[in-house]
Design a protein around this ligand. Structure first.
Ligand SMILES: O=C[C@H](O)COP(=O)(O)O
Ligand SMILES: CC(=O)C(=O)O
Length: 219
């Protein structure tokens, strides 16, 4: 994976994880996130609109960091990167998908929640992985425990994270940023509430900066 992608994500502290039902919502969604100071989105390959949504965002907002989530196959890696995705995320550690990306120098963040999965990532020289589903798999305490033996490995926890528990995660020195859908909920997108998405994105970035500031820039 590319450190520059991880560094960018670290700046914002949060990664919006999007389930996009209609490709036509991609443009106003990207605009809301950019205006909210969070020019980043992980568009999950859980809907047929994902590929076109990534294409629209990548083309119209070239400075935005648009990636693909829920990538489960090499074919989806090709579809996502062909549409303009700059990084690939998978919920679990699929060696085939990971090796395909690494072989092509495509930044990839596979899900790792166990020492065995972390070991596979470390063996491949990876420095950053997803930790999903974060709340169900032990939360920040589990990340801290994994970080003890795997000292060079960094995590992007996702799943069950919201403003209320963001601090627990961003307080871990091995956490790059937290993924979450709370600022891009499906109902907000489908009801066209892009001002609300912008407000939630702004608040999320501010909260992450405040938490990290309070930690004295530990991250
Ligand atoms: O599968 C869900 C996404 O990864 C984001 O999780 P979340 O909705 O709990 O923030
Ligand atoms: C949740 C997650 O990591 C994914 O869908 O890719």
């Amino acid at each position: 994976m590319s450190l520059s992608i991880a560094d960018k994500i670290r700046e914002w502290g949060v990664v919006p994880v999007v389930v996009l039902q209609r490709a036509k919502d991609a443009e106003p969604l990207a605009e809301a996130l950019c205006d909210g100071g969070l020019p980043c989105a992980e568009i999950t390959f859980r809907t047929v609109a994902a590929q076109e949504g990534i294409h629209i965002m990548a083309e119209k907002f070239p400075d935005m960091l648009v990636g693909a989530g829920t990538v489960l196959s090499r074919q989806q890696v090709d579809a996502a990167t062909g549409a303009g995705a700059k990084f690939i995320v998978s919920p679990g550690f699929d060696a085939e998908v990971v090796d395909y990306c690494l072989g092509r120098e495509i930044p990839v963040f596979p899900g790792c929640v166990t020492p065995s999965e972390a070991a596979q990532a470390v063996k491949r020289g990876m420095q950053a992985v997803k930790f999903f589903p974060a709340e169900s798999f032990g939360g920040a305490a589990a990340i801290k425990a994994l970080s003890a033996p795997y000292t060079g490995l960094h995590f992007i926890p996702t799943g069950g994270i919201a403003p209320e528990n963001l601090e627990k995660y961003l307080g871990c020195s091995s956490v790059i940023a937290c993924g979450g859908s709370w600022m891009v909920k499906g109902n907000l997108i489908e009801e066209g509430k892009f001002d609300e998405i912008k407000r939630l994105a702004t608040e999320a970035v501010k909260l992450a900066a405040k938490i990290r500031g309070a930690k004295g820039g530990e991250l």
